[in-house]
Ligand binder design. Structure first.
Ligand code: GLC
Length: 701
């Protein structure tokens, strides 16, 4: 291979209709033809992919291209956004939706997805909280393993497999002030115990690729972070897959202030272990000079090329025939995918409260669907959310249409009332008139899809525009009102949420969210989701998460010199794990055995779970641990197990979870058993005041 051909294998260009970043250096098809491109992102459509692939196969070496796309929560069939699906606490579901997305995408010529996104996020100002599995590293690690397995399957060359990319390595979600692309100041302990574990889980699940974050940690941009990429990821964890930079991230090392020019930027990234340069052309334009200036060794280029070629080999691309355009799936298969999307939406939707006991809604004669997210038709992008692949927003049926199907005898009226983006264009009077005579009002508020995801940080992550004014006007009617929130983050809207008779968080629930909501309102199914993040009461509480470290002055209501606010409670509006039919479940009779355990033994945790729900509904039981003494100290709660317990109406069941004693260890590399006393805390959410608690002692035997 010539140097140009080698660097070509390390160069990814975009040829898509929807670039996902600023195109700094539009590279022509000629580059492909000259064998100076190794992979392409954002190109869609099997015919176009086959056309470009044929160009690559006609070059001197005929090395095939990898085609990548952000298949994050679906390709054509769109599932709930990851923060929503994480709240299903259901690894089987996580795997299944990834597998369906992989099958749809691979059959259309895509080989690699830039997913799962595994960034722990504890700051809803950060728009990308929508793309990840929430605030907890233990949950995120399980989400990582399920998604990698679902996307990749057992054989990357299979016709329904996608190479997965764990992103964005690492601590991207710790961006200062929740502002996207800002740096992160992360302690070594938090890096080890919070941000790295989900990526380790992805590597252990066999993830094919890793993408470094745009951001830096303590001044070292991740794209140039040799200690974490070449060191921790490759040498310590043994990752031998491909590292793909984020969009233009190598070129941006100059703006980061760590490289004087593209040659230095290219050298830093290559030495750090980054194999593929996404879009910046820094490798194409900088590596030859870097070689001449002795900034990199030829062997480093060869090693990167070999990893890229090994991925192409694993994908079976050298033997692959051009992808024949796959027509629409058989009707039964398409129906199965929509059924899965509906199940995912039902299991991800969270009932925030039902203070007026409006659910199930019975048989209302007139339903008013009010608000900017109640669009009568089209405009479905607010249902499928950001990073929705090639999902067709208009395939997502509207809520009024779904209600007509589920409540055929009801009159359904719909008014947008206000604009979802900004104050001004409003027809609150028209919305009030439509709602005034309704037996039931569905108030559909939230944040629009283009205000969520990348480059969508919000200093005030509430209800944009005149939505609060619309809510106030509707509440004044004192009609039975169910608030249905759309969005990709916990929305700071306490007054509106508390004023509603009932409140649901539908997230960006995907293609089938509208029928799922109709079924939840009718009582056909429960809202099966639980919150995978703490829901702040106010912006002032951010960052807020259950795994905080102990204080020397923990809050005590009768002692002002303890950790608290003068103007707000410490507790979130809704805790991590919140959801389900209020008051429907009770836990009792916690038994933990043995009470003294050695590092290689197992702890049996038994608890009685009782349901008073009027229909079949899962209780979601959380098992936390608390190390009562450790140095450095350990968070007041660490999640270590979650169990969905299916219960018939009125059923009581004894559930037993088995926890290896190793679960008492810290998360993170090199964790060793730390003998001592631990609390086992079992609850329906992270509110410590409601936990059943038992003690165990870990001994070194
Ligand atoms: C974007 C995102 C990344 C995505 C990539 C390709 O800037 O940061 O998550 O995979 O570019 O679209």
């Amino acid at each position: 291979m010539t140097l140009a051909e080698k660097i070509g294998q390390l160069t990814m260009i975009t040829l898509g209709d929807q670039p996902t970043g600023p195109i700094a250096d539009p590279v022509t098809i000629a580059e492909v033809h000259a064998g100076r491109v190794g992979s392409v992102l954002n190109l869609a459509g099997p015919e176009r992919i086959a056309q470009v692939q044929a160009l690559a196969r006609a070059t001197r070496l005929g090395i095939p291209l990898v085609f990548g796309l952000d298949v994050v929560h679906g390709y054509r069939t769109v599932f709930p956004v990851p923060i929503a699906e994480a709240g299903a606490f259901d690894p089987t579901l996580w795997r299944e939706t990834a597998r369906v997305a992989a099958a749809e995408a691979r059959r259309q010529g895509i080989h690699l997805t830039f997913a799962p996104m595994l960034d722990i996020a504890r700051d809803p100002r950060w728009g990308r909280i929508v793309e990840g599995p929430g605030e907890d590293p233990w949950l995120a690690a399980r989400f990582a393993a399920a998604k990698v397995t679902g996307f990749q399957g057992a054989d990357l060359a299979a016709p329904d497999a996608l190479a997965a990319t764990a992103k964005h390595f690492v601590a991207y979600g710790a961006a200062v002030a929740g502002r996207d692309y800002a740096g992160a100041e992360v302690s070594a302990t938090s890096l080890a115990e919070v941000y790295l574990p989900p990526f380790r889980a992805a590597v252990e699940a066999g993830v094919a690729a890793v993408m470094p974050a745009f951001s830096d940690i303590d001044g070292v941009p991740m794209t140039a972070h040799a200690a974490l990429i070449a060191g921790r990821l490759r040498r310590v964890w043994g990752f031998d897959g491909v590292v793909i930079s984020d969009w233009d991230a190598i070129g941006q090392l100059v703006a980061h202030g760590v490289a004087a020019d593209l040659a230095e930027a290219a050298a830093l990234a290559l030495r750090a272990g980054v194999d593929i340069d996404m879009v910046s052309a820094a490798y194409r334009r900088g590596l030859p000079e870097a070689l001449d200036r002795g900034l990199v060794e030829p062997e480093a280029i060869d090693a990167a090329v070999l990893r890229v070629l090994a991925l192409k080999e694993r994908l079976g691309l050298f033997e692959a025939e051009p992808v024949a355009p796959a027509g629409p799936p058989p009707a039964a298969e398409a129906a199965g995918r929509r059924a899965l999307a509906r199940h995912a939406a039902e299991r991800s939707t969270v009932l925030l409260h039902d203070r007026s006991s409006l659910l199930p809604v019975g048989s209302p004669r007139r339903i008013a669907v009010i608000g900017p997210f109640a669009r009568a038709a089209g405009g479905g992008s607010d249902r499928i959310g950001p990073w929705a692949g090639l999902g067709d927003p208009d395939q997502a049926s509207s809520l009024p249409a779904a209600l007509r199907a589920r409540f055929p005898d009801a009159e359904i009226v719909s008014r947008v009332g206000v604009d979802a983006h900004r104050p001004g264009r409003r027809d609150i009077a028209g919305a009030v008139a439509a709602a005034r005579q309704a037996d039931l009002v569905l108030l559909c508020l939230g944040e629009p899809a283009d205000w969520s995801g990348e480059a969508a940080s919000r200093a005030e992550p509430g209800l944009p525009g005149d939505q609060p004014a619309l809510a106030e006007a509707i509440f004044a009617l004192e009609r039975p009102t169910v608030l249905i929130l759309t969005g990709g983050r916990p929305l700071i809207a306490s007054a509106v949420i508390d004023r509603a008779g009932t409140a649901l968080m539908a997230w960006f629930g995907g293609t089938e969210i509208a029928p799922a909501l109709a079924g939840i309102l009718a009582g056909d199914v429960p809202a099966g989701g639980r919150l995978p993040v703490s829901w702040p009461r106010s912006i002032g509480q951010i960052p807020i998460f259950f795994a905080e470290r102990p204080s020397g002055r923990p809050f005590a209501p009768d002692n002002p010199f303890t950790s608290h606010y003068l103007d707000q409670p410490n507790a979130p509006h809704f805790p991590f794990g919140h959801g389900g039919t209020p008051g429907a479940f009770a836990l009792s009779d916690l038994a933990v055995a043995p009470v003294t355990v050695g590092p290689a033994e197992e702890i049996a945790i038994a608890v009685t779970v009782a349901s008073t729900a009027a229909r079949a509904e899962d209780a979601v039981v959380f098992v936390f641990i608390q190390a009562l003494k450790a140095l450095p100290n350990r968070p007041v709660l660490e999640l270590r197990a979650v169990e969905r317990v299916a219960l018939a109406p009125g059923e009581t069941r004894r559930a037993t979870l088995r926890l290896p004693a190793a679960a008492l260890d810290r998360l993170g590399d090199g964790a060793v058993p730390e003998p001592g006393r631990y609390a086992i805390r079992v609850g329906l959410d992270a509110d410590r005041s409601r936990h059943l608690v038992a003690a165990v002692t870990l001994e070194t035997r």
